[in-house]
Design a protein around this ligand. Sequence first.
Ligand code: ASP
Length: 586
Amino acid sequence: MYRTFTCGELRIAHVGQEPVLAGWVQTIRNLGAMTFIDIRDRYGITQLVADENTTIELKDKFEKLGREFVIQVKGIVRERSSKNSKIPTGEIEIDIKELTILNKAAVPPFTIQDDTDGGDELRMKFRYLDLRRETVRKNLELRAKMAHVVRNYLDDLHFIETETPVLIKSTPEGARDFVVPSRMNPNQFYALPQSPQIFKQLLMVAGFDRYYQIVKCFRDEDLRADRQPEFTQIDCEMSFVQQEDVLNMFEGLTRHMFKEIKGIDPGEFPRMTYADAMENYGNDKPDIRFDLKFKDLTTVVKGKDFKVFDDAEYIGGICVPGCGEYSRKQLDELTEFVKRPQVGAKGLIYAKVNEDGSVKSSVDKFYAPEDLSKWTQIFDAKPGDLILMLSGEKDRTLPALSILRLEMGRLAGLMDKEVFRPLWVIDFPLLEWNEEASRFHAMHHPFTAPKPEDIALLDTAPGTVRANAYDLVINGVEIGGGSVRIFDSELQAKMFKTLGFSKQDAENQFGFLMEAFKYGAPPHAGIAFGFDRLASMFAGLDSIRDVIAFPKNNSGRDVMNDSPAEIAQAQLDELCLSLVAPKQKN
Ligand code: ASP
């Protein structure tokens, strides 16, 4: 037996026992007469001690030890004279009697402790060492617990966990596919699934009724902090349901996760239409931990010879409580902030409400005190509040105002990481116009059902058709999304046509789905949660990387095993592939 206890297990009640422990050397302190060694495993840290009575043989072994050596020790548990209340084993120590070096360790490239000296790249290159650190490992433990809670919940509700293939036929869902060449079928390729969308719909045709899978998905997209080329979804589908049933079911799952994992009730899940979200927050995933809703002042502020406003299609603003004290410098910084290319505003107009209720604005030249007090009424602004306004073309100003709103939420300390405000955004548009391709794309995916009352508009004004599609947004992060599906092969064919597929292309790509729909497809709907995002939110992290055991970097590389990598000529030959010089990037 390698061990009788873990390194996190021994307490005062074990005093006098003779345990065997195994683990890694965390630290060694040789104080002459006394030697202290901290031994670590996944469960904790235990202090080992040897005093002047230690045998020469043991002392020799201590000389050889280094950080991260793998050791096994036998000793006697005794009460510590100076206790450490910071760790659960802090009341005891082990008087070492025997020590075996199970394996030596090279000096690690960074110190394996909570506040490590290793930079990001180094920690990724030696990820297996990074994962030894408790701060990193506990995120993965949280993730595992979440998966367990999800499985329990859905299993109890008769969802069938079903694996779907990873080598599939390319299914367009908005992103690029990763492709895999087939050796047995020269010049043919599989794609890795962007999601199991078609398979889960076919499982509904198969009568599975309720399906789920915690599943890897692959999208060849440009990466950001919350994106990885491979990521995990909690993917679900249900039959004989309407949108309302799906929202209720997965509100239930989300609530359950909050309760089991975080011990909290996230309160109501309000619903907001896409149109309202865009108009009031400039964003289809508003963070509703704080209000700062936009007010439209377009009609109110025009006609006072202030050219910027007079020429603008839209003038909107937010009122930030308690920021009326902002200094000139702070306001200049905010102006610089909104002028950055990522925000794209031309300038920022402000109005501060003074303690006596009077208003000081950056456009006092054009607006009389009565005009300004009209503004404060619209915003219901109180003394000490700060009104910030942007203007310009509406479809540019709303997103800019959205970024400003989030920045003010951050600056005003309104984004508490321990507060969770879920929200369903519903009634998404079915289609969005793609300028480059000069055709419509499906906003969610091509299998999403239009709202029945909007179907007629498909022929006349496709851009205005709303879908029975929904997103679950928590704290401004899109956590899940799904839709009611088309289950009629004719409507599905019409949708492909609207998306610019020729009959032949639709047949080639999706013939099997439309064929399946001929054999009695039930009405169905579903959703997929971004599991990594949910886990990182629950862990209080900004990036999904730290809830993924072996993540890729921003260029999609695994710096630990240095992939993607070239393959041997023989492998290429077998796959009938030949290499071409990479295109120069401009
Ligand atoms: N397959 C969709 C996605 O990956 C989710 C769904 O519609 O169920 O976003």
